[in-house]
Structures are given as structure tokens and as C-alpha cells.
Design a protein around this ligand. Structure first.
Ligand SMILES: Nc1ncnc2c1ncn2[C@@H]1O[C@H](COP(=O)(O)OP(=O)(O)OP(=O)(O)O)[C@@H](O)[C@H]1O
Ligand SMILES: [Mg+2]
Length: 320
């Protein structure tokens, strides 16, 4: 992983020498970079403003009915289909061609190479702190995998506090992983697939049928407990025979333990570091938090590599 560490250290020293004059391309990243890690951690632990929640999420856990037992088999024909309206600006891997398609393709190749060495199907995407690009990388990687040789991909939003993947895919956030882990729903009830895309939309029509999604649900302040529930391992075990890949997005590992818990059930973890934002010690600390898991390597996200076509920032991968 030395390549990514070197890149982070170089970026950090360049940032320091550029001083206060440097103007970043995105104001939200400026804000995040300016905060100390501790402040970012504290902010993450502050409950987010509640989303509009259907009645089921207001029921106290104690009043729940007996947990729905996980069935040991999975009938994918029962998975409901809904209209999805993907946000193309956040999903460059969904485009017909372009630099992002190429870059996610090369990440995909690295992952295929790793799978040639040892069994690899379930991969969690994580990072130390918020806003480093976990959800962006997880969703675009899942799409890239799904467009290769008709591979069947299960994408799970494992961030039950700040779940966002449904926004990228343009679908419902509930019911989701939190409902399954709390024993309120069985696996097929929290899975969803897209309705058939019109044949005229060739890329969408080719990719979306290969993608199954589990949204975050709403874990709220129960997210840490839920992530430690053995039902997650059971979900991975039951789903694995039906998919070529399982990609799990996660919360940042430094503020909260959810990601570390979920990683235990996955075959591997890819860590994301964001160019111009992630500091070297944060990347190191994130890796050491996950030392009980199989950390495959780092993706250096949002690398500014001129010349780039379009508004997408590239990345570099150092896996293994
Ligand atoms: N390579 C990139 N190019 C352009 N935009 C990006 C890139 N990576 C991330 N972003 C944008 O940066 C923002 C934060 O990314 P994202 O939500 O993936 O981070 P995260 O690590 O999942 O954050 P959190 O921990 O809060 O869930 C999003 O608006 C995303 O679209
Ligand atoms: Mg995220």
C-alpha cells in the first residue's frame, strides 16, 4: 500500500506548503479538510436530522413482534421490482463510455486479479472519516462489476446512519438492512431490483437487471448494535451462492464501530482515501481499526489528474 501512502503524504506536504492561499475545487471538501479528525468524529456521532419515516420506524424496538427468522434459502423471483431513476451525475460508471468507466474498469480488473489468488466475493468499502467517497466508490464499483460478463451483483447500503445509496440509484430507502437486522423483515423483503429499462437505453437495460440492492433502512442510534447482529453474516452466507459479487458500503470506521462489525462477515475490505482531504495518519488509523479483517488495499479517490474530460475526478488504486 506504499503507493497510496506516498501519494497521501505528498498531497499533505503540498497542501501545507500551499498554505491558506490554496483554493480547493469544492467548498464542502474545504470544510471537511479544515476540520480536525476529532471534530469530524464528534459531528458524525451527533444524530442527523430525522428523515421522514414511515410508521414502522417509530415503533420502539421492545414492542416489535417476534423476529422474522432468516430463511436459509433465497428465492430471488420474490424480490420486488421498483422504478429506479439513477442520478447519472453521481454514477459515472453508468455512462456508455468515458474516463470514469475506464477507471472503474481498471479497479474491477484489480479485484478480479485478487480473486484469482484467493476466494473473494463480499467486499466492504470503507474509510476513516465521512465524505471520503465510500458511497461513490461502492455504487460505481457495483455498477462496473454488473456490466462485466453479465455478473450478478448485490449492493448493500451498510451505513444505517447516513444511508445514501438509494439517492444515487433513485429508489426507496425502506425497508432496508436495519429492518432485516432488527428481525422485522426477511431478506427478500429488503431486497429490491429495478423495473426493466427501455431497450433504447442500452447501458441501463444491460446493467440494471444484474443489480440487486439492499437499502440502509434506518438504524438510527441502534446502528452499532444492529451491525453486530449475527444476522448480517447469515445474510452474506445465504446471498453468496446467488451472486458473483456482494459490495457493502459502510459508515466511516473512526467515529463509529458499525463498519468494523460488518467487515467481519466480508471476504475483504477496500479502504478509500480522498486526495486533498484524507490525512496520512487517518488512513493508517482506518487500516489498523480493520486489522481483524482482510484489507485488500486503498483506492485514492478524487485524484486531480489533468487533463480530465468532464467533471469527474479520477482515482488510483493500490490493492494488495
Ligand atoms: N471521485 C469523485 N468525483 C466527484 N465527486 C465525488 C467523487 N467521490 C465522491 N464524490 C462526491 O463527494 C461527496 C461525498 O462522497 P460520498 O457520499 O461517496 O462519501 P462517503 O465517504 O460515503 O461519506 P459518508 O461517510 O458521509 O457517507 C458526494 O457528493 C460524492 O458524489
Ligand atoms: Mg456514504
Amino acid at each position: 500500500m506504499s503507493k497510496i501512502y506516498e501519494a497521501l503524504q505528498k498531497a499533505e506536504s503540498e497542501r501545507n506548503s500551499a498554505g491558506a492561499e490554496r483554493v480547493s475545487r469544492r467548498s464542502d471538501y474545504d470544510e471537511a479538510s479544515a476540520r480536525s479528525s476529532a471534530a469530524a468524529v464528534a459531528e458524525y456521532q451527533t444524530p442527523v436530522a430525522p428523515l421522514a419515516q414511515p410508521e414502522i420506524y417509530r415503533e420502539p424496538m421492545a414492542e416489535q413482534k417476534a423476529p422474522v427468522q432468516a430463511s436459509s434459502s433465497l428465492d430471488l423471483s420474490r424480490v420486488p421490482r421498483h422504478p429506479w431513476t439513477p442520478t447519472y451525475s453521481q454514477l459515472p460508471a453508468l455512462l456508455e463510455r468515458g474516463p470514469a468507466v475506464e477507471q472503474f474498469r481498471s479497479l474491477r480488473s484489480r479485484i478480479h486479479e485478487l480473486r484469482d489468488i484467493s476466494p473473494l466475493k463480499s467486499i466492504m468499502i470503507s474509510s476513516g472519516l465521512p465524505q471520503e467517497g465510500k458511497s461513490f466508490v461502492a455504487t460505481n464499483l457495483a455498477i462496473s462489476l454488473a456490466r462485466h460478463k453479465n455478473s450478478k451483483v448485490l449492493l448493500i447500503d451498510g451505513d444505517m446512519r447516513r444511508y445514501t445509496l438509494h439517492q444515487l440509484l433513485g429508489c426507496q430507502p425502506h425497508p432496508g438492512l436495519a429492518d432485516y437486522l432488527a428481525g422485522k423483515a426477511e431478506i427478500v423483503e429488503v431486497m429490491q431490483r429495478a423495473e426493466d429499462a427501455p431497450a433504447s437505453d442500452k447501458v441501463k437495460a444491460a446493467i440494471l437487471p444484474n443489480l440487486t440492492f439492499i437499502a440502509g433502512g434506518n438504524g438510527g442510534d441502534k446502528a452499532a448494535d444492529l451491525s453486530g447482529n449475527p444476522r448480517f453474516g447469515e445474510l452474506i452466507r445465504i446471498a453468496a451462492p446467488h451472486f458473483d459479487w456482494i459490495i457493502v458500503d459502510s459508515s466511516p470506521v473512526l467515529p463509529v464501530s458499525d463498519g468494523v462489525n460488518l467487515a467481519r462477515a466480508c471476504d475483504g475490505v477496500i479502504l478509500v482515501a480522498r486526495s486533498g482531504m484524507t490525512k496520512y495518519p487517518v488512513a493508517q488509523k482506518a487500516q489498523s481499526e480493520l486489522k481483524a479483517s482482510n484489507v485488500l488495499g486503498f483506492v485514492l479517490n478524487a485524484v486531480e489528474k489533468p487533463p480530465q474530460v468532464g467533471g469527474y475526478y479520477g482515482y488510483d488504486a493500490d490493492l494488495g
